[in-house]
Design a protein around this ligand. Structure first.
Ligand SMILES: Cc1cc2nc3c(=O)[nH]c(=O)nc-3n(C[C@H](O)[C@H](O)[C@H](O)COP(=O)(O)OP(=O)(O)OC[C@H]3O[C@@H](n4cnc5c(N)ncnc54)[C@H](O)[C@@H]3O)c2cc1C
Length: 394
């Protein structure tokens, strides 16, 4: 026997997509239940994204979950592109009419969202097992799961698949109804979290013949650093000394010094571009990494997840308020327009800055010419800036 529950929208996954959706629906008077396989602590400690677009920041603030972000987030109005040993600033403020990005870690966004959901009586069920979705083609889909040895059936009007790239929602769609577009890159990122103040006020994207390096930060005391490596690199082969030495080599420039500190965490992430189309099947709507993955060079993953669920919440709100399903019917098409532009931008940043084993000396010269163009032509710099701060949510 299983326990039966009912809600309007069943949400699989308590990452940024699932939690933002659940809170947006609450604000519009729509009930939801979130099921998540991991513990709340795990979700709130997982180190991932950190760059928030202007539109994401504005939305979180409008939702009433932006107070700590406004206080602790670091607002940046530019980035540096460093190549051939010299740095060149891309001035977002000037190029986009005053826009910027905010550095505020994904796990902090999730803490704020969890707090808001709990304070407003939201149902987020962590540490559930055996999640599966059923009857997604018809008007009464359901989610089944187990928690603490008890089985549950969650009956809903709609299901939001916000369960990331390795979740169960996308595979629940018949293969004949979905098309995958996929590209893997022959390199990955060694991501490092270090107890050291940032060496630069803004993010530094470095092109070097030994491979790409990125200097980022999380707080005024904690830096986030990335080194291009093999996609299947063993992070344990990177001693702290080796990490700092390689960062020094790749980022060196005159009159600037890399600040070292204790390494708190290191891990390797592969690089991939992936889109599944369409993002809807019957009453199941995919959002965020469940439907698409971008290489992190353009800092778009979390922001795309937020843009998807902003659109889904608007469509569901129109459905419940007016009985209209035009926006639900248009959900996949409208999301994919933004997704493909973000894919293009992320691919372009990645291919401009990384050394690929397939590249030869011609490609290195071509990359340097591209970087030279981007940092000397206002039109080219504006294109980068406009995409980096994020296209309008419309
Ligand atoms: C190293 C790294 C750096 C990144 N840097 C950036 C950046 O700077 N800027 C940026 O915008 N993005 C960045 N990203 C990408 C960003 O973190 C993701 O795009 C974002 O987390 C997507 O959110 P999501 O909610 O769609 O998916 P997720 O965050 O993956 O959340 C999905 C949730 O679903 C849960 N789940 C999975 N399966 C099930 C199941 N069967 N049942 C129930 N729950 C399930 C998972 O445990 C997870 O909590 C980075 C990613 C990585 C790995």
């Amino acid at each position: 026997m299983s326990n039966s529950q009912r809600t309007q929208v069943g949400i699989v996954g308590a990452g940024p997509a699932g939690l933002v959706l659940s809170h947006l629906l609450y604000l519009q008077g729509i009930e939801s239940v979130v099921v998540e396989t991991r513990s709340r602590e795990y979700v709130e400690e997982r180190v991932r994204a950190g760059v928030l677009e202007q539109g994401t920041v504005d939305l979180l603030a409008e939702m009433g979950v932006g107070e700590r972000m406004k206080k602790e987030g670091l607002v940046h109005h530019g980035i540096e592109l460093r190549f051939a040993g010299r740095g060149h600033r891309i001035d977002f403020h000037d190029l986009t009419g005053g826009k910027g990005i905010t550095i505020y870690a994904q796990q902090e966004v999730l803490k704020d969202l969890n707090e808001a959901r709990i304070a407003t009586g939201g149902q987020v069920n962590f540490e559930v097992e055996d999640v599966s979705v059923h009857d997604i083609e018809g008007p009464q889909p359901r989610i089944s799961y187990r928690r603490g040895g008890t089985s549950y059936e969650l009956h809903c009007d709609f299901i939001a698949g916000c369960d990331g790239f390795h979740g169960i929602c996308r595979p629940a769609i018949p293969a004949s109804a979905i098309t995958d577009y996929d590209r893997s890159y022959p390199f990955g990122w060694l991501g490092i979290l270090a107890e050291a103040p940032p060496s630069s006020d803004e993010l530094v994207y470095t092109h070097h013949h030994r491979g790409f390096a990125l200097l980022s930060m999380r707080t005024p005391q904690i830096t986030r650093l990335y080194l291009q490596c093999k996609p299947d690199e063993d992070a344990e082969l990177w001693s702290d000394d080796r990490i700092w030495q390689e960062l020094h080599t790749r980022t060196a420039t005159k009159g600037w010094k890399l600040i070292e500190g204790r390494i708190l965490q290191k891990s390797v992430t592969g690089m991939r571009s992936f889109v599944a189309e369409p993002m809807r099947y019957g009453r199941l709507f995919l959002a965020g990494d469940a439907a698409h993955i971008v290489p992190p060079t353009g800092a778009k993953g979390l922001n795309l997840a937020v843009a998807d669920v902003w659109r889904l919440a608007r469509a569901l709100s129109e459905f419940y308020a007016k009985g209209k399903h035009d926006l639900l019917d248009d959900y996949s098409r409208a999301c994919l327009r933004r997704v493909w532009k973000a894919q293009r931008f992320s691919w372009w940043m990645t291919s401009m800055l990384h050394r690929s084993p397939e590249d030869n000396r011609f490609d290195e010269r071509r990359q340097l010419a591209e970087l030279d163009y981007v940092t000397t032509s206002r039109a080219a710099a504006q294109t980068l800036a406009e995409n980096y701060v994020g296209l309008l949510l419309e």
